[in-house]
Write a protein that binds this ligand. Structure first.
Ligand code: FE
Ligand code: FE
Length: 177
């Protein structure tokens, strides 16, 4: 970690962390798309993959606006979340497909919450620093992360969790897998 002498240093540090996090998510999402059984869950992940590409581009804009570069450090927290998701993916074959989908949605929500916290903090640094342009870009992404989290919540509560709780074992008819 480079020295944190100023709030601006901290902003660049946070953005570097988020940059690494987004890149890791870009790598993980295709595997989650492949593993999702429910069509709506798969569609949510597919949408979020496109949205995530936008997030990386926005971060590139933020760095160029600040005249800075990502540090290249790995976001260890996201690495941990994705390692956990990877472990879950290995359970797919032995798990009940509906329970697996509920778990996968939960794993994705953990990722969204991490991103929401990170973007929220970075945005608030921009407010204090008077970095309006960067703050606006971060706010757009923060909004999209929030929307994606909300969508997953609604999907889980209305469909995935009840399906996981139902006694039906044969999921192939509804999961499309
Ligand atoms: Fe993102
Ligand atoms: Fe996200």
């Amino acid at each position: 970690m480079s020295k944190l002498n100023t709030l601006r240093d901290l902003l660049v540090h946070e953005l570097s962390d988020i940059y690494s996090a987004e890149e890791q998510i870009l790598e993980a999402l295709p595997k989650m798309i492949k593993a999702a059984g429910a069509d709506k869950l798969r569609a949510a992940f597919e949408d979020h993959l496109e949205v995530t590409k936008k997030h990386v581009k926005r971060l590139d804009k933020c760095f160029s606006e600040l005249g800075a570069k990502p540090s290249g450090e790995t976001c260890a927290a996201m690495k941990g979340l994705i390692t956990e998701t990877g472990k879950l993916l290995k359970e797919k074959d032995s798990a009940n497909p509906h329970v697996f989908d509920a778990a996968l949605a939960g794993a994705a929500q953990r990722v969204e919450h991490y991103e929401m916290a990170a973007y929220g903090c970075a945005r608030s640094f921009c407010d204090t620093l008077g970095e309006e342009k960067v703050g606006k870009l971060l706010q757009e992404t923060l909004y999209e992360e929030g929307e994606s989290n909300k969508l997953l919540s609604i999907l889980a509560i209305s469909e995935l969790n009840p399906a996981a709780h139902s006694k039906r074992k044969s999921a192939s008819a509804t999961s499309g897998s």
